[in-house]
Design a protein around this ligand. Structure first.
Ligand SMILES: *Cc1c(COP(=O)(O)O)cnc(C)c1O
Length: 219
């Protein structure tokens, strides 16, 4: 299968309200261009340096999404161009994104990452921390970031039931935060689902899936 065919196949499975992020981490520019030529305009990367190199080389009508764990000291490299940061999980990181966005005269869209799996390796806030964060005065002072939704990763398992429960749990939190009045923020994106579990994620209410290996092959 070619990248183009993989993309067509996946897109035929996506409802209209679900956005596809093509996760191109570790893949060469030639592969990204093939996806681009097939019409893909949203790419997800998990390393800031690698994403920046690709941003410099690729056409300028691409949306770049940072889907990986973000180190504060590297935010400045992506602040001029990044379209959405999926993995925000601390006030400290939000503060740094806000600062760098301000320097670039931008407002940067962010998703807050929720911890829904039972693995120690996955990052994210729990529900209590999420509501504390958005209720805090410090948060209200950040004018150069906009929270547009939530992101989460299910446990890496073959147990479909477990994945289903984790995604459903995130959807419930998403519905709660959506109905809060958060001034300039607008909660509308629920980023959940990867190659192995995106169909379950969509059934649970995902509006954005992050798919890598099913498009570009294994890494
Ligand atoms: C790598 C990655 C993906 C894509 O994973 P695939 O299994 O290759 O589809 C999605 N989300 C995050 C956060 C990732 O790091």
């Amino acid at each position: 299968m070619s990248i183009k065919n993989n993309l067509l196949e996946i897109k035929s499975n996506l409802p209209n309200n679900v956005t596809l992020v093509a996760v191109s981490k570790t893949k060469p520019i030639a592969d990204l261009l093939e996806a681009y030529e097939s019409g893909q305009r949203i790419f997800g990367e998990n390393k800031i340096q690698e994403m920046t190199t690709k941003w410099l080389e690729m056409p300028k009508d691409i949306e770049w999404h940072m889907i990986g764990h973000v180190q504060s000291n590297k935010v400045k490299f992506m602040a001029p161009y990044v379209n959405l940061i999926h993995g925000v999980e601390s006030f400290k990181l939000l503060e740094e994104i806000n600062k760098q966005a301000f320097k670039n005269n931008r407002v940067i869209d962010c998703l807050l990452q929720l911890f829904i799996a039972d693995e120690e390796t996955k990052f994210g806030l729990n529900e209590t921390e999420l509501f504390e964060l958005i209720a805090s005065e410090e948060f209200k002072n950040l004018k150069n970031i906009r929270i547009v939704g939530l992101m989460g990763m299910a446990t890496f398992t073959d147990n479909q039931n477990k994945i289903n429960l984790e995604f459903k749990n995130l959807k419930i939190i998403f519905e709660k935060i959506k109905h809060q009045n958060l001034n300039n923020h607008k909660i509308e994106i629920l980023s959940m689902g990867m190659s192995g579990d995106y169909k379950i994620a969509i059934a649970c209410g995902s509006t954005m899936v992050r798919i890598g290996s099913s498009i570009f092959g294994g890494r």
